[in-house]
Design a protein around this ligand. Structure first.
Ligand SMILES: NCc1[nH]cc(CCC(=O)O)c1CC(=O)O
Length: 306
């Protein structure tokens, strides 16, 4: 039996696809796995922040088309990049065990965010990071930064920025964790929905593939990420809006921290809810309602009218 994995061509995406390949071949000894690397729209447009390009699923659409065309069997994604809804006939079959959820500061001459002087330029195109940084460090300058991990590091090393912010997990996976100066705590910058987790998408009716994938699913990660994605969906959050969410599961109790803010950081609404882990989606929706009731409704309306 053979499985074809649709993946992006970036080194991080290939690492993640190879990780899934190894898990699959370790469990199913007679399985052959082939990678099908592709370039997506999100990889091609590099001169503009994702929030400006607009459109959902810039990193995933092409991979999904391969599944629909039956030129690939599964697509491996960073869950952070997957829109709330799936095309007809496709589903998120697997949520792998989540790794580090935190953002990381990378710099050559500075040790931490607190260490950065007045006017220092911090590179990130994420509205979520921009919002939270501006709120806590109004003396810093934010500049756009796109491209894959090594491109971003090269721009830092080329002195276009004093520091940059990336997901810690991406650096760890690429063996570049020694470049991290500060693991930014989640109370300082709340992570993106699904950050740090790999997801596997496949055809909803492909029983053979679904069965092969089943052992790769991590129950606890699934509970946390379902809650976060339910919040995101209830808020209709794409990458045009600073939205963050982080779920933690201890025994049977699920606690969620959510955030909606304005891009300039002048408004930040933060809410926590907790409950039992049996209905993660309901808890995510409850978090969304609480955020809206506390003023996120006005922030979202303003952002949507831009
Ligand atoms: N926005 C792009 C993106 N999508 C997933 C990751 C890293 C892996 C992850 O967070 O799961 C990154 C890069 C980054 O934010 O630094």
């Amino acid at each position: 039996m053979k499985i074809r994995i649709a993946t992006r061509k970036s080194p991080l995406a290939l690492w993640q696809a190879n990780f899934v390949k190894k898990q699959l071949t370790d469990i199913h000894k007679d399985l052959t796995v082939e990678l099908i690397p592709m370039v997506t729209k999100g990889d091609m447009i590099l001169d503009s922040p994702l929030a400006k390009i607009g459109g959902k699923g810039l990193f995933v659409k092409q991979l999904e088309q391969a599944l629909l065309d039956n030129t690939a069997d599964i697509a491996v994604h960073s869950i952070k990049d997957i829109p709330a809804q799936f095309p007809e006939g496709l589903m998120l079959a697997t949520i792998c065990q989540r790794d580090d959820v935190r953002d990381a500061l990378i710099a050559n001459q500075y040790q931490s965010l607190d260490d950065l002087p007045q006017g220092a330029i911090v590179g990130t195109s994420s509205l979520r990071r921009q919002c939270q940084l501006r709120a806590k460090y109004p003396h810093l300058k934010i500049a756009d930064l796109r491209g894959n991990v090594s491109t971003r590091l090269a721009k830092l090393d080329n002195q276009e920025y004093h520091a940059i912010i990336l997901a810690a997990v991406g650096l760890k996976r690429l063996g570049l964790q020694e470049r991290i100066k500060q693991y930014i705590t989640t109370d300082l910058i709340l992570p993106a929905v699904g950050q740090g987790a790999i997801g596997i998408e496949t055809r909803s009716n492909d029983e053979t593939i679904l069965k092969l994938l089943a052992p790769l699913d991590d129950k606890n990660s699934r509970i946390c990420i379902q809650a976060e994605r339910a919040m995101n969906q209830a808020l209709q959050g794409g990458c045009q809006v600073p939205i963050a969410c982080y779920s933690q599961l201890t025994n049977d109790s699920l606690s969620l921290n959510g955030l909606v803010g304005s891009i300039d950081g002048s408004k930040i609404i933060k809410v926590s809810v907790s409950g039992t882990a049996t209905q993660p989606e309901a808890l995510g929706q409850q978090l969304a309602s609480a955020l809206l009731a506390k003023g996120a409704d006005k922030i979202l309306a303003e952002l949507n009218n831009r």
